[in-house]
Design a protein around this ligand. Sequence first.
Ligand code: ADP
Length: 483
Amino acid sequence: MLTLNDPGLLRQAALVGTEWIAADGHGIAVRNPATGALIGHVPDLPPAAATTAIDAAAQAQKAWAARTARDRGQVLRRWYDLVMAHQDDLAAILTAEQGKPLAEARGEIAYGASFIDWFAEEARRAYGDIVPGHAPDKRILVLKQPIGVVAAITPWNFPNAMITRKAGPAFAAGCAMVLKPASQTPFSAIALAVLAERAGLPAGLFSVLTGSARSLGAVLTASPVVRKLTFTGSTEVGAQLYAQCAPTIKKLGLELGGNAPFIVFDDADLDAAVEGAIIAKFRNNGQTCVCANRIYVQSGIHDAFAAQLAARLATLKTGNGIDAGVTFGPLIDGAAVAKVAEHIADATAKGATVILGGKPHALGGTFWEPTILTGVTARMAIAREETFGPVAPLFRFDTEAEVIAAANDTEFGLASYLFTRDLARSFRVAEALEYGMVGVNTGLVSTAEAPFGGVKSSGLGREGSRHGMDDYLELKYLCLGGI
Ligand code: ADP
């Protein structure tokens, strides 16, 4: 059983409009992926609950939007303070339901909270424009107004942060939100709602629905009251939701799959490139959409890089995320393990070599050994599909032109990384990469201050930064005549 300083944060209930609906031991069982232990239940809500939530959101949103931006920012600030005050409890809940090591979970709570903090400030910066008029007696004003009711569907890999970077700008802008978190990790979402309520977020403005994503999602996407859908998850489901939103012409924010290239040139700082690869590839055990999925290493540094990466990984420990000293937790479920196994089998059948790991971890369950493959080529499934697991596939390359072409040869365009000490090459390659984000000599690009998002099949819109706020605002142009 999970012991928390504030047991009220682990609430086995969903928030539907203004009412908490308790699971009472029924509904969806949530289990710890490291141990299989039951954490608790959340309700399996019927589709009608989504309608109730949408109605409550529409009602609460009007009054919320009418409050001053400063006032909304202060509520968000209190929410941020409460999240940080309960960082340890929230991290414990997150590790229990998601599996990532406790230190990483604490990091996610702080990272997630930073979006609330950032948008608490941005609330007051939703400036419009005054534009020189097109006639002597006319004046042009451009206002930014909240979109209205927003639906959000979020994944299990960042059960806290994928919510705050949507809810932060939505509430700052004056929107309401109906959230459907992933069924594997609902308790992190519910705890955020408990704290939002304590922070003074008005009743009805934020709902957290638990149950079938398909049936609740169908109601959220079909509703004409919902003016925007924001989704983080797979490209496949994103495309489905995009189609479901077409009849009501909703705005869309889609953070979808990636297939990040991680390019190491001969002139790179080897230590920095290895550390960058560990962060970019193995954070959250490889289960992030910005994870390095293809590691391209130039011939001159290839063998040294492979050897050092293997040596470093061999010193890191796999285990239950709650235990001290653990760097790699379990994978989220059996399907994730199957995909990792499949990618390794396909690559080795086509000529790749396993130089580290390559098999299930002795701990059993969904634990997998950190793995390095060399001799990986474009013909292998791992080159095209997101692995979402602890497998680092190394591709050898010779020229800059060759690696740029290979890096861009994918339907995805989320994150990319390159390591070089040549400033001109940094710019040249960064500008040539068809990606929404490029990390130059760093394996970590996500922060509240920067616009996170992708191009091509990786999605639409940006989260974080001032641009993240614009995604929750509509422009309204006023033409004043007879002046
Ligand atoms: P992942 O591989 O990260 O689980 P998914 O795209 O399958 O990615 O899931 C991301 C989120 O989308 C989860 O919250 C999931 O419940 C939800 N989801 C999955 N299928 C649907 C659907 N048909 N309609 C609405 N939401 C869905």
